[in-house]
Ligand binder design. Sequence first.
Ligand SMILES: Cc1cc2nc3c(=O)[nH]c(=O)nc-3n(C[C@H](O)[C@H](O)[C@H](O)COP(=O)(O)OP(=O)(O)OC[C@H]3O[C@@H](n4cnc5c(N)ncnc54)[C@H](O)[C@@H]3O)c2cc1C
Length: 369
Amino acid sequence: MDSCDVLIVGGGPAGSTLAWKLKNRGLDVLVLDRSTFPRDKVCAGWITPATTDLLQLDKDEYSQERVLQHISGFRTSMIGGAEVVTRYGSTVSYGIRRSEFDHYLLQRSRACLRLGEPLKTMVREKGVWIVNDDVKTPLVIGAGGHFCPVSRFLRMNRERNESAVIAQEVEFEMDESEQRDCRVAGDTPELFFCEDLKGYGWCVRKGNFLNIGLGREDNVNAAEQVRSFFDYLRERERIPLNTPAHFRGHAYQLYKGASQNLVADNVMLIGDAAGLAYPKSGEGIRSAVESALMAADVVLSASGEYQRSRLLDYPSLLARRFGKGGAAPGILPQAMRRFMGRRLMESSWFSRHVLLDRWFLNIHQPALG
Ligand SMILES: Cc1cc2nc3c(=O)[nH]c(=O)nc-3n(C[C@H](O)[C@H](O)[C@H](O)COP(=O)(O)OP(=O)(O)OC[C@H]3O[C@@H](n4cnc5c(N)ncnc54)[C@H](O)[C@@H]3O)c2cc1C
């Protein structure tokens, strides 16, 4: 039987960041993922500079063989409404491809990897987990995303599924004629808010790749909503006419507070498994990375003693960072839904200072110190 100091279930940004931090501090870390890498992940692939800073990403090295699209503005509107273009004059975000980004981070972590192997069983014996009847470890970290099996084990899944965002997207590489036909600029992603403000669609161009999607807080007529958004984009003639409509769906949870159930004896949850995406924008990569860094601090200071009481600092750190939660989560705040609408979205001031700076770019919240 194998053994390791920490076994991480899931090699997405949360799992690979934690593996990277713990490995650098000398721990023997094993990452188990049901997929083989590089693997794709349903995601627009928009990340803020706080995320690249936290990851200490060497952008020159990264971009030598991978897409790193610099973003310096946004085009925003209600679907069917007047569009506002906000330009920053410098890079305020990046576009990445998850197949490349996640693979890079996982390789960089230097952790032992068991890829193509799902978590099947975890049994606790005398304070030690036996995972898949084959690996012995004192600490299991659930980083398996929204449907993380470790989170199911902690019975966190039912509560999370009740307020999940349902999102669908398509990402494809454009050929030369499609690149010419595509009027979406790489440095200016486009965001289109639904009339009821319960979600938004996007067009994000990353080099030769185009990512189109729609995320909503409800699951009512999801396929119909996506289809009509797609038709709208085609009518606007900003995307290539033969853009494929093979949408893939996924769900994830917006942050609504850090429950103490995110830890148990010898177990912790991070990233989407803990339900941490920013409520107003749906950005989840940054909070996945930040939760991993906070978890790393708690693991290191626990010095191998992983009873629940030694891990409770983790939900406290999350609450300090992301707030206590409690208010109904949502892509857009309730107040805005009730009292504001189309006219506000057409205001250049509102689009820049509130919608983008505050809700999407979170410029008031610097990277975790
Ligand atoms: C359509 C859509 C668009 C999005 N766009 C953005 C965006 O532009 N920017 C942004 O910041 N966030 C975005 N998000 C959210 C973002 O994708 C997630 O918050 C982020 O991927 C969370 O990272 P993670 O490491 O926690 O989980 P994941 O990235 O989901 O990784 C989980 C890993 O666990 C593995 N796993 C799952 N089950 C098992 C199992 N049983 N055994 C072993 N391994 C398992 C999976 O294979 C996967 O590799 C989007 C989400 C969706 C659905």
